[in-house]
Design a binder for this molecule. Structure first.
Ligand code: UD1
Ligand code: PEP
Length: 438
């Protein structure tokens, strides 16, 4: 287990370039299984989850070439389906959440797809019903081994149909789309998720020869085709990382420029941080955050009542930034109610912030009220364990703003989704060191 030691209370300054989007990368990498031709992918983030998925693809027989920083080519012209029966696969497949999305492409191209219960953050129940109901709707037979938590779908042919998803699941929609592109006839998916990750996936699939319309909406229409070909794709910047750096700038009262953010793909994100009182300036495609010398003030609603920030499927506010919103609010002027609707166990990390001196009331597992200090009282350094990726980065931001030296254990959780974080944070002046072990 790795550890960060962080000396807090220092202002940062400079430019930071966001990495390629983790959640997009996990979808796009799985899509290489849909064609025997070469797919070249750029701006792939160098993070644990993505590297695990690349290893899994290699073990499945996909030819992987590293072309340069963040660029790889993939060719799935000799896929080894026997690997899916191996003990190694049962171990590797559960190493991350994104591995679930190999099932749709494998089912569509080879008639069978298997996966052990995938990993990812322990942030509450994370069911997979939407994925498998979708495959069943396309004509697949489903089986589940309860002892081994092993899922499987099989079908000689998939046949397009109309379906209404029980929830707008991000990875579920991606999985079903990747199965439907090679099905016979037309599939419609209503209540589809439409995050930029999915829009990017659909655009890439269309470049490979798929026929998907409605991209960006919650109604996708997919005309099945016989085969897909190769293509080249570039990942968008990671919007969750961008939100994390906005929070970091505000909490440390630092002037930061976040470079090349693809502003038009950020949806509500700039707006939500602006509601917390943070000044964000659009400079071309960069976000400039000035030094917040006088702090930042949370806006109330028009009628004077307390602001609520809640998550919702896109174009709503992403749940992956609520932990960051929460930590940023601890130093704001004013109060906010943070409502994490999707996940049941994602707010428990507030205990740590309370230990550090933050004024937070955890109302129930989904809601926390934060009363900001307006920098009149600094958070105190402490020792903590990162419970999940976004709580981890939030605790890191808290530590960078706190007085004294903090220790964060279990930083692999942060490494899952943040590329070369020590090097990048040091470049803007952060005092952070990594240690292996505890
Ligand atoms: C690898 C990857 O891409 N992970 C992301 C993906 O996970 P993932 O695809 O696993 O998440 P889902 O979209 O399936 O759902 C996440 C949770 O939200 C609940 N839910 C979902 C849809 C809905 O309309 N209402 C609702 O309550 C689900 O029951 C589930 O508990 O999407 C999540 C939701 O944006 C993000 O937090 C994860 O970072
Ligand atoms: C919850 C997240 O990731 P995963 O779905 O991979 O656990 C996240 O990225 O915030």
């Amino acid at each position: 287990m790795g550890t960060f030691k962080i000396e807090g209370g220092h202002q940062l300054k400079g430019e930071i370039q966001p990495q390629g989007a983790k959640n997009e990368a996990l979808q796009i990498l799985c899509a290489v299984l849909l064609t025997p031709e070469v797919v070249t992918i750029n701006n792939i983030p160098d993070i644990i989850d993505v590297n695990k998925l690349i290893t899994l693809l290699k073990n499945l027989g996909v030819k992987v070439k590293h072309l340069g920083p963040g660029s790889y080519s993939f060719q799935a012209d000799n896929v080894n389906l026997d690997y899916l029966k191996s003990a190694d696969f049962k171990e590797e497949g559960r190493g991350l959440r994104g591995s679930i999305m190999i099932v749709g492409p494998l089912l569509a191209r080879f008639g069978k797809g298997y996966i052990p219960k995938p990993g990812g953050d322990k942030i509450g129940r994370r069911r997979l019903d939407t994925h498998f109901e979708g495959f069943i709707n396309l004509g697949a037979k489903f089986r589940y081994n309860r002892e081994e938590y092993f899922y499987g779908v099989e079908a000689d042919t998939l046949v397009g149909t109309d379906m209404l998803l029980d929830e707008a699941s991000v990875t579920g929609t991606a999985n079903i789309v990747m199965a439907a592109v090679l099905a016979q006839g037309t599939t419609t998916i209503y209540n589809a998720a439409c995050e930029p990750y999915l829009q990017q996936l659909c655009k890439m699939l269309n470049r490979m020869g798929a026929k998907i319309s409605g991209v960006g909406s919650n109604l996708l229409t997919i005309e099945g085709v016989d085969a897909l070909g190769g293509t080249e794709h570039k990942m968008l910047p990671d919007m969750i990382e961008i939100g994390s750096w906005i929070g970091l700038a505000a909490m440390t009262k630092s002037e930061l420029t976040i470079k090349n953010v693809s502003w038009d793909d950020l949806g509500q994100i700039p707006n939500v941080f602006a509601k917390l009182g943070i000044t964000l300036e659009r400079r071309g495609d960069d976000i400039f955050i000035p030094e917040h010398t006088n702090g930042y003030e949370i806006q109330n609603y028009i009628d004077g009542s307390i602001l609520t920030i809640a998550d919702a499927p896109w174009p709503g506010f992403t749940p992956d930034l609520l932990s960051i919103v929460l930590v940023v609010a601890t130093q704001a002027r004013g109060e906010v109610l943070v409502h994490q609707k999707m996940f049941e166990s994602r707010l428990f990390f507030v205990d740590k912030l309370i230990d550090m001196g933050a004024k937070i009331i955890l109302c129930d597992p989904h809601r926390a009220t934060v009363i900001g200090h307006d920098f009149k009282s600094q958070l105190k350094a402490t020792t903590m364990v990162s419970p999940d990726i976004r709580a981890g980065i939030s605790l890191l931001i808290a530590a960078l703003s706190a007085k004294g030296t903090s220790t964060i254990h279990n930083i692999e959780q942060i490494d899952r989704g943040y590329e070369h974080i020590v090097k990048r944070l040091k470049k803007i002046g952060a005092k952070i060191e990594r240690f292996e072990g505890n």
